[in-house]
Design a protein around this ligand. Sequence first.
Ligand code: PHB
Length: 394
Amino acid sequence: MTSRRQVLTQSAALIGAASTGLILPARAQSAKIRVGLMLPFTGTFAQLGIACDNGFRMALEEKGNKLGGREIEYFKVDDESEPSKGVENANKLVQRDKVDVLVGTVHSGVQMGIHKVARETGVLCIIPNAGMHAATRALCAPNVFRTSFTNSQPTLALGRVMMQKGHKKAVWITWKYAAGDEAGEGFKEGYLAAGGTIVKELGLPFPNVEFQALLTEIASIKPDAVACFFSGGGASKFIRDYAAAGLAGKIPLYGSGFLTEGLLDDELAPSAQGIVTTLHYSTSLATKRNDAFRLAYAKAYKMQPDVYAVQGYDAGQLLIQGAAAVNGDFSKKKALYVAMENAVIDSPRGKWTMSKAHNPVQDMYVRVVKGKENVVQGVAAKALSDSGAGCKLG
Ligand code: PHB
């Protein structure tokens, strides 16, 4: 029998060994890295969440499903694009599942909840879509990185494109929540600077799709053009209703590229012809990097990628670079963050870098819907950086 004294002596020896670093690091290194995915898998943004998830996993699969030499364990939460459950859902991953990194999410309102938890707990967070300004502006944080955009980035260059086509008076229409409002800010800034006038701003609550009364109003205003932010299932309905109201071809429709992204199937494409958008990606980008990505994605998931898949993929690429720099030891936070800040991401959208506020510095493309593709017409803004206003990092 082992005496109580012997047990105590043995445990003391163990603790001693651990504190000199002989035991604990070895165990920590062999444990799996816990990756939490908080995304919408139901509702109007379900398709977006699935694409982010697919892209992220594909990046890791390309590296043998390892981060800095360690195996990965996934934890998943469907956030339903429901802002009121944002904090609770983020805590399921951070407090209950004890993830090392939280990857999420799509919806800016839900991101608010994740951001609160990330700031309070210090957990590493990578945003694969949601563009809420505060995350990389006034509320920026050393442990929060974004691989997508800020909400005003894609619409900043849209106004100039519209003015070049002679559309001087426009109606702006969107869902009334952070993403729509901030996309509107970007549009207004660019369009006014280019000499345009916004004759009316229209909105409806997220995720409503009762567009009829608003489309009737647009028809009576008769602007030169309409610009908008919609996305996912709601964007598809907006494009169909716009055409059904007889406005397609009469009053040209513009938007941030989310409007047509991942949606151009046989059913929707006829209503979407000629829609011009600005975005940081298009499947039609003719580069070797994009061709290889498209091929691999189609093979793995039996569907075409879109911007959300690319952003998820780049979240994976960013994490891979960070983890490699610290050999999978996520407790080396400073070195991890420095590596992520200095990462150059070889993305299917084109190479991009991180701004000081942890948001991509990237090109914006002009695209037009032809057939079932968003065909790139040119670069609307080169190496576009968000202002990062109020962020004191770096
Ligand atoms: C957002 O809520 O930040 C958001 C959602 C869908 C998009 C873009 C931005 O396509």
